[in-house]
Design a protein around this ligand. Structure first.
Ligand code: FE
Ligand code: FE
Ligand code: ZN
Length: 275
């Protein structure tokens, strides 16, 4: 079963996101847990969530996305405190829709170096993760733009190594980001996935962001392209979602599209997916 979807606007609530997803052929979706650039979070409406749960029985796991402004490894303490409080609050609200995923960008260390960045990110996770939560928190693989932490599998592994509640942590693999990070999923997908398994472990891989890239492998740019309109290409992306390591994971499109464009990409990928 291919679980595929795209980012939905949370402002209309969960039921609306579920209905809209079904309309475009999706059976999972992503949403920002709060304004992606700001700090405000929308109040959860339990009756809206109940209506959503009624229609989403055949959906895969949802992949919520933390705001971009959240930087757990900022050099500025206030920014770190905001990140910690926002994540703790998001995880509380995630429990209205239990057993899903919460993905975040590990952060940018600015001039502190990756090692300090890794320590600060793990420290935040150790402060906010609880044994009671049903949500799995996902570290997103990053393109290595600027001083992003998580730019290779080793940095992701180093964060996980320092997390105490390891059963609450997983990884979201972004195809544009790893490609831009230097992992050649066009010419050597077997090698890349072997390396993922060796460094991080495939048991940690919980979700995929499926994007083409406007730039060549190793460019560290992070500019997403529509499926088939970038340097990765439709063929490699189709092969990627058909890999045994990927099958069954929720696949989220973050391609520059309107809803009609997402519907077309979902249709294309379903047509090229073998169960
Ligand atoms: Fe992301
Ligand atoms: Fe992504
Ligand atoms: Zn990106």
């Amino acid at each position: 079963m291919l679980y595929i979807g795209c980012h939905m606007s949370v402002s209309n609530g969960f039921y609306a996101m579920g209905v809209q997803s079904r309309e475009i052929g999706a059976n999972t979706f992503a949403f920002f847990t709060r304004n992606p650039r700001g700090s405000s979070a929308k109040e959860i409406n339990p009756s809206d969530v109940r209506k959503f749960l009624d229609i989403s029985g055949n959906f895969g796991k949802l992949v919520a996305h933390a705001p971009y402004t959240m930087n757990p490894c900022s050099a500025d303490e206030k920014t770190r405190i905001f990140a910690r409080n926002a994540m703790a609050d998001d995880l509380k609200r995630m429990e209205y829709t239990p057993d899903n995923y919460y993905n975040f960008h590990p952060g940018s260390h600015v001039k502190q170096g990756a090692e300090i960045g890794i320590k600060l990110i793990a420290q935040q996770l150790n402060e906010v993760l609880t044994p009671q939560q049903s949500t799995i928190v996902l570290l997103e693989t990053m393109a290595g733009k600027g001083s992003e932490v998580g730019r290779n599998f080793e940095e992701i592994r180093a964060i996980i190594d320092r997390v105490e509640l390891k059963e609450k942590i997983g990884v979201c693999l972004d195809t544009c980001h790893i490609w831009d990070g230097g992992y050649d999923i066009v010419n050597n997908p077997d090698g890349v996935m072997e390396e993922f398994d060796r460094i991080i472990g495939l048991d940690r891989l919980k979700a995929v962001h499926l994007n083409d890239s406007l730039n060549p492998c190793g460019s560290h740019k992070d500019r997403h392209a529509k499926i088939g309109e970038g340097h990765i290409g439709a063929d490699a992306l189709v092969k990627f979602i058909n890999r045994p390591e990927i099958k069954g994971l929720p696949v989220i499109l973050e391609t520059p599209n309107d809803m009609d464009g997402y519907a077309r990409e979902i249709k294309f990928l379903r047509e090229n997916y073998s169960d």
